[in-house]
Design a protein around this ligand. Structure first.
Ligand code: ITT
Ligand code: MG
Length: 207
């Protein structure tokens, strides 16, 4: 098939997130699929979805459904966060708003450090979780999940990645998630694992 013909037949999928770090990590992976990948910001200023769910899965579905209704296109949304054992699995689904609505990554990291100090520790087992939800305009839903175990330490290292990455030390290593390359992060991360699973589901869906 010629490129032009293939382009006509290709579906569009919007990566429905306002987090630039997530887009960076996902866009390249999904570019391997026979689909046109677009980012939410190509559709102008859209309102934020209300993340009123009680689980990552509920919030991922809320975001995918909300943005597919707004754009009239198939959407893939990510809900993710960090569970810190010593903090009874907080911030969890509240990871983006740990330090309040519109908190920056820096604000959330400061809040995390102060909560860890309050608990009297300088490290704790922790894990990142990610749920990806895909909604098309006919109501077809696909869902995939991923987890990544590690340790939170109060000494930040590295400047790659985003969010809590400088404080999240990967399993068995002395490196933080912000010290490894984007490629290496995708190999081991919660999002990388969910993306690989979602790619299999999408390939079946598109076939
Ligand atoms: O809702 P969208 O628009 O997708 O963007 P968001 O940043 O608000 O995303 P979430 O509601 O899913 O909150 C996830 C938060 O969890 C943290 N997080 C998730 N994945 C992470 C990763 O790979 N590295 C570091 N922090 C991560 C980070 O603080 C995110 O802001
Ligand atoms: Mg959010």
């Amino acid at each position: 098939m010629e490129d032009r013909q293939r382009a006509v037949k290709m579906k569009t999928i919007i990566i429905a997130t306002k987090n630039k770090g997530k887009i960076r990590e996902m866009a390249e992976e999904f570019a391997e699929l026979p689909v046109i990948i677009r980012a939410l910001d190509e559709f102008g200023e859209l309102p934020d979805a209300v993340e009123s769910g009680h689980t990552f899965a509920e919030n991922a579905r809320i975001k995918a459904a909300f943005y597919s209704r707004l754009t009239g296109q198939a959407c893939l949304a990510d809900d993710s966060g960090l569970e810190i054992d010593i903090l009874d699995k907080r911030p969890g689904i509240y990871s983006a708003r740990f330090a309040g609505d519109n908190a920056s990554d820096g604000d959330n990291n400061k809040k995390m450090i102060s909560e860890m100090k309050k608990a009297g520790v300088d490290s704790s087992n922790a894990r990142y979780k990610c749920v990806l939800a895909f909604f098309d305009i006919n109501g077809r839903i696909l869902q995939a999940e991923g987890e990544c175990e590690g340790k939170i330490k109060l000494s930040p290292k590295g400047s790659n990645g985003f969010g809590y990455d400088p404080y999240f030390y990967i399993r068995g290593g002395k490196k933080s998630m912000a010290e490894i390359s984007a490629l290496e992060k995708n190999e081991i991360s919660h999002r990388g694992k969910a993306v690989k699973r979602m790619k299999i589901l999408l390939a079946e869906y598109l076939a």
